[in-house]
Design a protein around this ligand. Structure first.
Ligand code: TXA
Ligand code: MG
Length: 330
């Protein structure tokens, strides 16, 4: 008996639906799929028309290049010029939440790499993503599956809310495990530059390669850094629990604001309409974007979010929070 278990274009990641998704990709269509970080909006990275559909569906600026999702190192070598540094990182962290920028081979269309002479490569660690790459037999270009500028999506429902009919199929494997996007590094030189912090922390990278000092010019090497990002529709205010900036709570009336953080807000505050306390930076990271999406419809006029300590996953969280509040974007 045929069981129709579709919910609109959201389907479970059965072998049959993964085959259907692979066929859609081969035909130039768009498929949203889960990775261990966030959901991706995928298309055939080698088909310029399919890739153009990603930009149109997201409303993404054309100057922002896409990540190629590949099955592993030998696949990566078809699209990028690997060197000792990039191979070291691939052996250490793939499959996983590390995107590695290397010189591009000519087979990668210009639209995919937004005209740069480099390409970003990642082998994801999620059985559905891995199976989709294998079944389709192609590198899958996939940015996060959200409208450009919005928080990334960590559930299939959020993908449907943001992109709905613009996606041919959404493979639903439940909420993603990490919740923030991959770490992006530039491995074209001897010293590796961290372009976007993520779950693979600077401390972990430094065990294998030399890391370039953080400087102002770094952000220009990753076009995505120059765009506003991750923002919910209500303003986000940042609270530094150690920094003595408790004054920001004085302007917030009872029930007018929501709170996210690792520690409770000061006892002197008027009560928020909702208070979410996380047990660890990892849990904060996993829940952040889903909380943003939920709280923007809860009636609160402001979201106050605690800035976590600047180490490990805390560094990636601070980066996303600063961008969401508008203070990290340029
Ligand atoms: O976890 C992730 O990375 C998710 C999942 C789906 O894999 N993808 C994701 O893609 O976050 P996106 O497009 O939202 O972010 C990719 C970032 C952007 O900031 C982009 O500018 C940067 O990677 N990037 C891509 N190609 C680049 C290149 N050749 N040089 C420098 N930065 C690059
Ligand atoms: Mg994104």
């Amino acid at each position: 008996m045929f069981v129709n278990n579709r919910n609109g274009n959201i389907v479970p990641p059965t072998a049959a639906y993964i085959r259907e998704a692979a066929d859609i990709l081969k035909g130039g269509g768009l498929v949203a799929f889960p990775t261990e970080t966030v959901y991706g909006l995928g298309a055939n990275a080698l088909d310029p028309e399919a890739v153009a559909r990603i930009f149109a569906a997201k409303g993404r600026p054309q100057d922002n290049p896409l990540i190629l999702h590949v099955s592993g190192i030998s696949d990566a070598a078809k699209y990028g010029e690997l060197n000792r540094v990039s191979e070291t990182l691939m052996h250490a962290f793939w499959p996983g939440a590390l995107t590695i920028v290397v010189g591009a081979r000519p087979v990668v269309p210009e639209v995919t790499r937004a005209g740069l002479d480099t390409v970003a490569l990642r082998a994801p660690l999620h059985p559905v993503a891995m199976e989709l790459i294998r079944e389709s037999g192609m590198p899958i270009a996939a940015p996060s599956a959200n409208r450009s500028g919005r928080p990334s999506t960590t559930t299939a429902g959020a993908v449907a809310d943001d992109l709905g009919g613009a996606v041919d199929l959404i493979l639903d494997a439940g909420p993603t495990r990490i919740g923030l996007e991959s770490t992006v590094v530039d491995a074209t030189e001897c010293e590796v530059a961290v372009l976007r912090p993520g779950g693979v922390t600077q401390e972990m990278l430094a065990q294998y390669v030399d890391i370039a000092e953080d400087d102002e010019t770094l952000k220009y090497r990753s076009p995505g850094n120059l765009h506003r990002h991750y923002a919910p529709t209500v303003p986000v205010l940042l609270w530094n629990a150690e920094g003595g900036d408790d004054d920001l709570f004085a302007a917030l009336g009872a029930g007018e604001w929501s709170y996210l953080g690792l520690v409770a807000p000061p006892a002197t505050t008027r009560p928020p309409c909702e208070k979410v306390l996380f047990r660890s930076p990892e849990e904060y990271a996993r829940e952040l974007f889903a909380c943003f999406r939920r709280l923007e419809t809860s009636g609160a006029r402001t979201i106050v979010a605690q800035l976590p300590p600047d180490c490990g996953m805390g560094r990636a969280l601070r980066n996303r929070l600063q961008k969401a509040s508008g203070s990290g974007a340029s």
